[in-house]
Design a protein around this ligand. Structure first.
Ligand code: HSE
Length: 404
């Protein structure tokens, strides 16, 4: 029998207890031995709940119990999670976490400590909720140089963008619904401003290149400026608007970005709707693969956490090698990153000529019944070239990067 402890009895923590109860027999069979939930740590009490008898409020009880071999950290946030996780690894306990803030900031160091102590630091649930992506990157795609990762990495924003596009609902109504359904972060700014997706692409990029990609270095834009007019233009262009986290490796360097993008309907990410996430990976020998599934929510996320627990049980006494060094990966200056751009501009006299001249050609997009503004899709430009051209014409209402 292997004893485990869960830190945090919120949405994911209660999901972990539920998954362990629901699939007890098959989970134990797959792990090769019985998994026993010995403690749940939380500041709160849960009278009448199934975990009432194993609830503790003092982390030292778990840390100092040598019978606890695996700690599941699902509290979120860097503090006190970092100290709890580090001390557990140093005490020879494996850790499984869903905490993307923690993994993005301290992943490389915690992996190293786990290695030195012949235990494991596993974080499948930190990206993509229930979608297996960390283990595939670490174990299945090891024959490839990963040249691109592009993903819809935040369920809340995808839920919001889908409802705005398909049901014509406004931003605030849909955000409230996402919060009620348990998808959103405690502070929804992390979702809608792209910070959550930024941490997730930082984790994936670090695993893809084997070095530390700092999330602070990743240019990040959220979805708060997207309006119903943008969706009208997207319809006209047969495109979808998605918040995309991406990283690319090229001869020019390594670039990473989080931003809303208008993507044509043939793009594999265009049809990923609602709370679903998808991660598109390009390998230099494999070509393209895509991982798709429930990107947020109690049970999908708990499923990924428990799969790590099973892996940790199967590898007691052995470290599963993960290549992610603390050495920093420098990123290309965002101003040198190339994209196409969709812009909305005031339809002043001569604007169409000005657009053609400033951007050196492109596609005009006009909406039926709209005369005071026009849309325009540029060719491929560096960000700095786009900014200079946009400044020179004036009258730009909004911009979304475009992938045709
Ligand atoms: N708030 C996150 C999301 C939860 O919406 O994707 C899963 O990380």
């Amino acid at each position: 029998m292997v004893n485990i402890a869960v830190l945090g009895y919120g949405t994911v923590g209660s999901g972990v207890a539920e998954v362990l109860r629901t699939n007890q027999e098959s989970i134990n069979n797959r792990a090769g031995q019985e998994i026993n939930l010995k403690y749940v740590l939380d500041l709160r009490d849960f009278p009448g709940d199934a975990v009432e008898k194993i609830l503790v409020h003092d982390y030292d009880i778990i840390l100092n119990d040598d019978d606890v071999k695996i700690v599941v950290e699902v509290m979120g946030g860097v503090n006190p999670a970092y100290n709890f996780v580090k001390s557990a690894l140093l005490k020879g306990k494996s850790v499984c976490t869903s905490n993307k803030e923690l993994v993005a900031k301290h992943g490389a160091e915690l992996i190293e400590i786990a290695k030195e102590n012949r235990v494991n630091f596993l974080f499948e649930a930190s990206v993509g909720g229930g979608i297996p992506i960390i283990r595939p990157l670490n174990q299945s795609l090891t024959a490839d140089e990963i040249v691109e990762i592009s993903g819809i990495l935040n369920g809340t924003t995808n839920f919001i963008l889908t409802s705005m596009s398909k049901d014509g609902l406004d931003f605030d109504t849909v955000l409230k619904k996402a919060q009620e359904l348990g998808y959103a972060e405690r502070n929804p700014e992390a979702d809608v401003e792209g910070y959550d997706a930024c941490r997730k692409i930082a984790i994936l990029s670090s695993l893809a290149c084997g070095h530390q990609v700092d999330y602070e270095d990743i240019h990040t834009e959220g979805i708060t400026k997207i309006t119903d007019m943008d969706f009208r233009y997207a319809d006209k262009l047969d495109a979808a608007i998605k918040l995309i986290g991406s990283s690319r490796k090229s001869e020019k360097g390594f670039c990473a970005m989080v931003a809303p993008r208008m993507i044509c309907s043939e793009h594999p990410l265009a049809g990923v709707n609602g709370v679903m996430n998808a991660i598109f990976v390009k390998g230099n020998v494999l070509g393209d693969v895509m991982f798709y599934g429930a990107g947020a929510g109690k049970l999908p996320t708990a499923s990924a956490v428990v799969s790590d627990v099973v892996d940790a049980v199967k590898h007691i006494g052995t470290n599963i090698m993960t290549i992610w060094s603390t050495e920093k990966m420098p990123l290309l200056d965002v101003k040198d990153v190339e994209s196409r751009f969709f812009i909305r501009v005031k339809n002043d006299d001569g604007m169409q000529d000005k657009l053609e001249a400033a951007f050196g050609g492109g596609e005009i997009v006009a909406l039926d019944g709209v005369s005071d503004e026009i849309g325009f899709v540029t060719g491929m430009l560096k960000e700095r070239e786009y900014e200079a051209a946009a400044d020179s014409i004036g009258g730009v209402i909004s911009m979304i990067r475009y992938e045709g």
